[in-house]
Design a protein around this ligand. Structure first.
Ligand SMILES: C[S@@+](CC[C@H](N)C(=O)[O-])C[C@H]1O[C@@H](n2cnc3c(N)ncnc32)[C@H](O)[C@@H]1O
Length: 326
C-alpha cells in the first residue's frame, strides 16, 4: 500500500488545476505509484499505528505546528506517550519543523520557523491565495502558509519519508487546503495559475538554474509572485561559485551565486520587480542534530577552526531570500 493522493484530486476538481489532473496522474503513476520505496511497508505500518483522532479548530499560526492532545480523552483512549514517541521516531530523520504532536515535541534539525519569520514579512499577503511550494520537505511550511491565510497550499517533494511525516499530521486533521505531491519540479506541467510560488532551499540542488527559474515562472499566473530562497556567496554581479566537488559536505550543490548575480539571473529568466529582501548567515542554533535527526549537521559541515568557512574552505552558508513577479 502507498499513501493515496486522491484527496488532492478531489479538492481541486473545481479549480484551474483540473486542466492538469491528467498530466499529474501520469507523473504520479510513473514516479510514485510504480516506484515503491523499499521501506514502504515499514512506514505504512508505522503510519497505521498512529492514533486515529480528528482534531477540530487547529490553529496554524503557532511557530511550532501544533496538533494538540485533546483534553478529556476517555480513559480507554488515553495515549501511551512513550509508545507514541517511538511511533513518530519511525519517520526519522525529522528535518523541518518544529512540531507538537499530541503531547510530544518534535524538535527537528532545522528551526524552520526562523526561516518563515524572516520571509513572511516580505511576501504579498497570502490571504485567499493559492500557493505552490517547491521542495516543501515534510509540509511544515504548508501549514504555516495556511496559518497566514492561504486558501490552498500545494507542496512538491520527491523524498518519500517526508510524505509520511506530512500524513502523520494530515490524518489528525479535517479536510484542509494542504496537499503534498511526491514529485520533482521537473515532473510538473506549466500550471500558469498559482498566485505565489515558494522555492526555498532548492535552487542550489539544480544543475541548470536558469531552466529551473523558468520552470518556477511557468507555475505562476501573470502578476504572480515568486519567493526564492537559496544559498549565496559574497561578491558582485560577476560572482558565481560552482564547487569543485562537495559544498558543506553536500554532494549535490551546483551553483551558488552572489545576490547581485542571482537578481540578474532572475531578470534574464524574465521576472520583473526583482529584489533581495533578506540575507542571513545560518547559525549553529538554526541547524543542528537533535534526537529526531541524529546524523551530522551544520557543525560538522564547517571548518572547526573557522566557522566562516565550510569544511572544504568555501564561504559558509548564507541564505538569501529574493522576491520577483511574473
Ligand atoms: C534543503 S531542503 C529544503 C526544504 C524546505 N523547502 C526548506 O527550505 O527548509 C531541499 C528539499 O528539496 C527537495 N528537492 C530536491 N530536488 C527537488 C526537485 N527537483 N523538485 C522538488 N523538490 C526537490 C528535497 O527532497 C528536499 O526536501
Amino acid at each position: 500500500m502507498t499513501i493515496s493522493l486522491d484527496a488532492f484530486f478531489q479538492a481541486t476538481v473545481d479549480t484551474d488545476l483540473v486542466d492538469h489532473h491528467e498530466a499529474l496522474q501520469g507523473a504520479l503513476q510513473e514516479h510514485y505509484y510504480d516506484k515503491a520505496h523499499g521501506r514502504t511497508e515499514e512506514w505504512d505500518q508505522a503510519l497505521a499505528a498512529l492514533p486515529e483522532l480528528t482534531l477540530d479548530n487547529v490553529d496554524f499560526t503557532e511557530q511550532r505546528v501544533t496538533l494538540p492532545l485533546p483534553e478529556n480523552l476517555p480513559t480507554d483512549e488515553q495515549l501511551d506517550q512513550t509508545q507514541l514517541k517511538d511511533n513518530l521516531m519511525a519517520f526519522k530523520p525529522w528535518r523541518k519543523g518544529p512540531w507538537h504532536y499530541l503531547g510530544i515535541d518534535i524538535d527537528t534539525e532545522w528551526r524552520s520557523d526562523w526561516k518563515w519569520q524572516r520571509i513572511l514579512p516580505h511576501v504579498s499577503n497570502l490571504k485567499g491565495r493559492n500557493v505552490l511550494d517547491i521542495g516543501t520537505g515534510n509540509g511544515y511550511f504548508l501549514y504555516q502558509m495556511l496559518g497566514a491565510g492561504a486558501n490552498m497550499a500545494i507542496g512538491i517533494d520527491p523524498t518519500r519519508i517526508f510524505l509520511y511525516q506530512f500524513h502523520a499530521a494530515q490524518r489528525l486533521l479535517p479536510a484542509n487546503g494542504a496537499h503534498l505531491l511526491p514529485l520533482r519540479s521537473e515532473h510538473l506541467p506549466a500550471f500558469g495559475c498559482f498566485d505565489t510560488v515558494f522555492c526555498l532551499g532548492v535552487l542550489y540542488h539544480r544543475r541548470s538554474p536558469i531552466d529551473h527559474l523558468r520552470e518556477l515562472m511557468s507555475y505562476l499566473r501573470p502578476g504572480g509572485e515568486l519567493v526564492l530562497e537559496t544559498i549565496v556567496v559574497p561578491g558582485d554581479e560577476y560572482t558565481i561559485l560552482v564547487p569543485e566537488d562537495r559544498y558543506a559536505k553536500m554532494a549535490n550543490v551546483w551553483f551558488l551565486p552572489s545576490t547581485a548575480a542571482l537578481e540578474n539571473l532572475l531578470r534574464r529568466a524574465g521576472f520583473k520587480d526583482v529584489r533581495t529582501v533578506d540575507v542571513n548567515m545560518t547559525s549553529l542554533d538554526e541547524q543542528q542534530a537533535t534526537e529526531w535527526m541524529t546524523f551530522h549537521s551544520l557543525e560538522q559541515f564547517l571548518d572547526p577552526e573557522n566557522p566562516e568557512l565550510t569544511a572544504e574552505g568555501y564561504p559558509a552558508p548564507r541564505r538569501a531570500t529574493l522576491i520577483a513577479t511574473r
